[in-house]
Design a protein around this ligand. Structure first.
Ligand SMILES: [Zn+2]
Length: 330
């Protein structure tokens, strides 16, 4: 069946600078919102989402039977930090999705909101506007990131069963329990169904996807694959319309990595810690209990248990030094 799809670029002021694109299928379905560059120094997600919109525009020409059900929207997370290629301006936008921060933001007059306070308000409004416009049965949020260390390709589900199902469809290692070790991430907001429409909470399913190292061109390809796998998993596109190279890209990369792991430890950094990771660690590198991993103002920091290291911090700003996960077998 032929389809009648269109890419529409919104013209609303605050929405406009945030919107990467929007694609609506001829059939109803899920609303998938992909957030890219919630951290401003992670442009791979933005490039990936642009490429997916380009592919979607071309698809009906090369595949006349292509059908899209639902709507895909791409949004830039932190527009001000993205402009200058910095993780954030004043504070980490991916740690501000707490009820307290949201209340603070809402109590601050629009004109007085600066830096991430403005971003928080505008991004929240952008997602709610998209839901109001499309009124989907399901809201799916894919949050794209990259890391400062090499080898970090994995996805983070929430505790929701639908989120775990979606994460497993992305064909990358799944890390459970990450939300227990962090506070105020966008994924916490999604997991708590806290997008309110007309005063009521809206059911939402979310997964965060780490596509690899910030500057690695392959991170863009892996983020493209993650978006396409998400569209397939939630029924926006049919399996037969998905190019198998996207499938193999992530499967091949993940072949030697543990499939499902659980967070065991987070090393949080406090102001004045002067944290420094020892050189050479990559994501999913096995570490032994007692291994000297990093140093700070109080001295050496040792691994508290065996496991795999995740997101060792090799950039000047960040509030978490490293994570340790352990494989779950069965
Ligand atoms: Zn990030």
């Amino acid at each position: 069946m032929r389809i009648n799809c269109a890419i529409v670029y919104l013209c609303g002021a605050a929405h406009m600078k945030r919107l990467i694109g929007r694609y609506t299928g001829s059939r109803p379905g899920a609303l998938v919102i992909v957030i890219a560059a919630l951290h401003g120094n992670e442009p791979a997600g933005v490039l990936a989402v642009k490429e997916v919109f380009r592919l979607l525009a071309l698809e009906p020409q090369v595949n006349p039977d292509f059908v899209f059900s639902g709507r895909l929207v791409g949004l830039i997370g932190n527009t001000q930090a993205y402009q200058i290629g910095q993780r954030f301006i004043e504070q980490d936008l991916n740690r501000m999705w707490t009820p307290l921060h949201l209340r603070c933001m809402q109590q601050t007059p629009l004109a007085e909101r600066q830096a991430e306070w403005r971003e928080l308000g505008e991004l929240l409004a952008a997602v709610q506007e998209e839901v109001l416009q499309y009124k989907p049965k399901a809201l799916v949020v894919l949050d794209l990131h990259t890391t400062s260390a090499n080898g970090g390709v994995f996805c983070i589900p929430t505790d929701d069963k639908a989120s775990l199902r979606l994460a497993k469809e992305l064909h990358a290692p799944v890390v459970l329990g990450m939300l227990d070790g962090l506070q105020g991430t966008l994924l916490h907001h999604v997991a708590g169904n806290r997008f309110e429409i007309g005063g009521y909470p809206y059911y939402s399913v979310g997964v965060a996807f780490e596509a690899g190292q910030h500057e690695d061109p392959e991170s863009v390809s892996r983020a493209i694959a993650a978006v396409i796998h998400t569209l397939r998993a939630v029924g926006c596109v049919r399996a037969e319309d998905v190019d198998s190279r996207h499938e193999w890209l992530l499967r091949a990369f993940s072949a030697t990595l543990p499939k499902v792991t659980r967070l065991r430890h987070v090393h949080h950094i406090r102001p004045g810690d002067a944290f420094g990771m020892r050189p050479g660690y990559v994501n999913f590198q096995p570490v032994r209990r007692g291994e000297h991993l990093a140093d700070d103002a109080s001295g050496p920091i040792f691994a508290p248990e065996d496991g795999y290291i995740l997101m060792p911090l090799y950039q000047p700003i960040g509030s978490d030094g490293f994570f340790i996960v352990q494989e779950l077998k069965n």
